[in-house]
Write a protein that binds this ligand. Structure first.
Ligand SMILES: NC(=O)c1ccc[n+]([C@@H]2O[C@H](COP(=O)([O-])OP(=O)(O)OC[C@H]3O[C@@H](n4cnc5c(N)ncnc54)[C@H](O)[C@@H]3O)[C@@H](O)[C@H]2O)c1
Length: 320
């Protein structure tokens, strides 16, 4: 047991965010205190550095068994079907996203003394919400099944927090940019793919228009937000739906221009597909004042520093 006494289960540990949050949690709380659970997608060597379990989060009994066997007191529930994949199979997205969240909340309520982190998304916003500087309490009428599961999930978390006093905390992440694991089928995947293609082929065909502006965040800030809200004093958490958090907003063309400063001859063309409609229904920027005020949220990275760091990391990874 670590000094902090935490025993953590990460569900969805092999995903874009889970693969990096798991390692950060192991650095912070000790590798033996963080169980990485996987489903279908195999574990990397790095994730094998601590306890691992196979887990289908749609099976509540399996979650309860792991909570009990490892004396878990904290769950980071990151398993989900993302926006683009969800639009191709809405039934699967509803089933995985809703049943896994319900199971985690129910297993945690039953066990008692549990803390849960579950990320929501900017996909909760749609028709009727201002697209610029979208406020915390803007109306939630999502356009995708993914957004519907996130908006419903927020309500469910709020219900468990108020009805059963379960300590569940959440943030609405924007698009996440990272170098470790490829994104899993969301609408902001272009903001990661563009780096790989710039380094490997000096060409990228972008699936949204060049003037598409979305809020974004770099992975170190993404893990920081999760750890920070989970470490915050309970008296500082006044919102049990999900807090808006963001770092910056830029257009696809602005991202390409920043990458071109480092990779001479890099060319981008724009061929919007079905994901354009999803992007057009989401906020272009977010108002995250409440998170800043309540638990001190503040990002470290901007577009310039992300691009420098991503290119350095990917050049090493791809041996370019
Ligand atoms: N990546 C982003 O840009 C972004 C933005 C906003 C919110 N989020 C949210 O953050 C969380 C993590 O996202 P991500 O980008 O890492 O997603 P991802 O698609 O990369 O990973 C999802 C993980 O869920 C696992 N999974 C799928 N079905 C499962 C099941 N039945 N049981 C157990 N595990 C299962 C997959 O194996 C995978 O490891 C999700 O809730 C997502 O909605 C992500």
């Amino acid at each position: 047991m670590s000094e902090s006494g935490k025993r953590i289960l990460v569900i969805g540990a092999t995903g874009q965010i889970g693969s990096e949050i798991t390692l950060e949690l192991r650095r912070r709380y000790g590798k033996d205190n963080v169980v990485a659970s996987w489903h279908k997608k195999g574990l990397s060597e790095q994730l094998e550095s601590g306890p691992v379990e196979h887990l289908d989060a749609t099976d509540c009994q399996s979650i309860k068994k792991i909570l009990s066997e490892y004396s878990i007191d904290t769950v980071y529930h990151l398993a989900a079907i993302l926006s683009a994949v969800g639009e191709k199979n809405p039934q699967l997205a509803w089933n995985v996203n809703m049943s896994s969240l319900y199971n985690v909340l129910e297993a945690s309520r039953e066990k008692g003394g549990m803390k849960v982190f579950w990320p929501s998304s900017i996909a909760v916003f749609g028709r009727g919400a201002p697209r610029f500087n979208t406020p915390q309490d803007a109306v939630l009428i999502p356009s995708t099944i993914y957004g519907v599961t996130k908006a419903s999930g927020e309500l469910l978390c709020n219900y468990y927090a108020t009805r059963f006093n379960l300590d569940v905390r959440s943030v609405r992440y924007p698009g996440i940019i990272s170098s470790e694991t490829m994104p899993g089928g969301g609408t902001t995947d272009y903001a990661v793919e563009i780096f790989y293609e710039a380094i490997k082929n000096k060409r990228y065909s972008c699936f949204v228009r060049k003037d598409t502006v979305l809020p974004m965040m770099y992975m170190p800030d993404c893990t920081k937000a999760a750890v920070q809200i989970m470490e915050a004093d309970p008296s500082d958490i006044h919102c049990r739906m999900a807090y808006n958090v963001t770092a910056m907003s830029f257009s696809a063309e602005e991202l390409a221009a920043e990458i071109k400063k480092h990779i001479k001859g890099f060319e981008v063309d724009y061929e919007p597909d079905f994901r354009q409609m999803i992007a057009d229904s989401w906020p272009m920027s977010l108002d995250d004042d409440l998170a800043r005020e309540h638990w001190g949220w503040k990002p470290d990275f901007n577009l310039t520093t992300i691009v420098v760091d991503m290119i350095a990391k990917l050049k090493r990874k791809l041996r370019a």
